[in-house]
Design a protein around this ligand. Structure first.
Ligand code: SF4
Ligand code: F3S
Ligand code: FES
Length: 253
């Protein structure tokens, strides 16, 4: 069954823009990205949108539909009210390049600030052994498709440009947590304390566990419960554990 639906699509660039009204045909089973493509094909050939896989796996088509952060390719038209206009806007936390495309380089900058896994110096590749539960824990975090919807949603940086230098956001705090929980990560032997850097360099303390990041994750990763809260607990344990405290005083002499 086809019907005509009303859309309001944000058009503009870094100097400003506005919501433009369009009427577009919708067919059964279509997703919002289908509508954007039909709009490009029939009425707005210069409409800018980023996409790649149309299967919820590349993380490119992130935007906001009726004010909610979504993947355009995974948002079925049938889940939206048919009798009301559908509003499509770019992600709000990142600077607009044009129309629905934002500059997400903030995230790449933050990614580079997390030092990668440090292999144990005495183990050769092929000799690494891990418990299955440790593998499973990492695998949940590795489902991340880097859509940056969590980064876009977190209130610490949404509408708070001033917090961006000090806060890496849920996606990259989750990366720090993954590495800190990795039983073979030997960063500490090289002097890198991931718990301390989570607090001092990535702004872990600014997260007040509102869980908005978890709610929008299209991979259903339990970012807050399984990464951020455990990382906070580990960082606090380290700070208040008298033995850890004493050890750090002695070692720092
Ligand atoms: Fe997207 Fe989820 Fe990864 Fe955040 S954690 S970037 S919401 S897939
Ligand atoms: Fe932000 Fe998620 Fe923490 S939304 S405040 S990073 S729980
Ligand atoms: Fe790849 Fe939507 S186009 S996730």
């Amino acid at each position: 069954m086809s019907y005509q639906a009303n859309f309001r699509v944000w058009r503009g660039d870094s100097s400003g823009g506005s919501l433009e009204p369009y009427q577009v045909e919708v067919n059964e089973g279509e997703v919002v990205l289908d509508i954007v493509h039909r709009l490009q094909a029939t009425q707005a050939p210069d409409l800018a949108v980023r996409w790649n896989c149309k299967a919820g796996k590349c993380g490119s088509c992130s935007a906001e539909v009726n004010g909610r952060p979504r993947l355009l390719c995974m948002t079925r038209m049938s889940t939206l009210p048919a009798d009301e206009p559908v509003t499509i806007t770019p992600m709000r936390t990142f600077p607009v390049l044009r129309d629905l495309v934002t500059d997400v380089s903030f995230n790449y900058t933050k990614a580079r600030e997390v030092p990668s896994f440090v292999p144990p110096p005495d183990l050769k590749p092929g000799q690494y052994r891990m418990q299955q539960e440790d593998v499973n824990r990492s695998q949940e975090f590795r489902k991340c498709i880097e859509c940056f919807l969590c980064q876009n949603t977190c209130h610490v940086v949404r509408d708070h440009e001033e917090n961006k230098p000090a806060f890496s956001g849920p996606r990259f705090l989750m990366r720090v947590a993954e590495l800190d929980m990795h039983p073979l990560d030997a960063a500490a032997e090289g002097g890198l304390d991931r718990k301390r850097s989570a607090q001092e360099e990535h702004g872990l303390g600014m997260c007040n566990i509102t869980k908005c990041c978890t709610e929008v994750c299209p991979e259903h990763i339990k970012i807050t419960d399984n990464a951020l809260i455990p990382l906070k607990e580990r960082a606090v344990d380290r700070k208040y554990d008298p033995l850890v405290w004493l050890g750090s005083k002695i070692l720092r002499r």
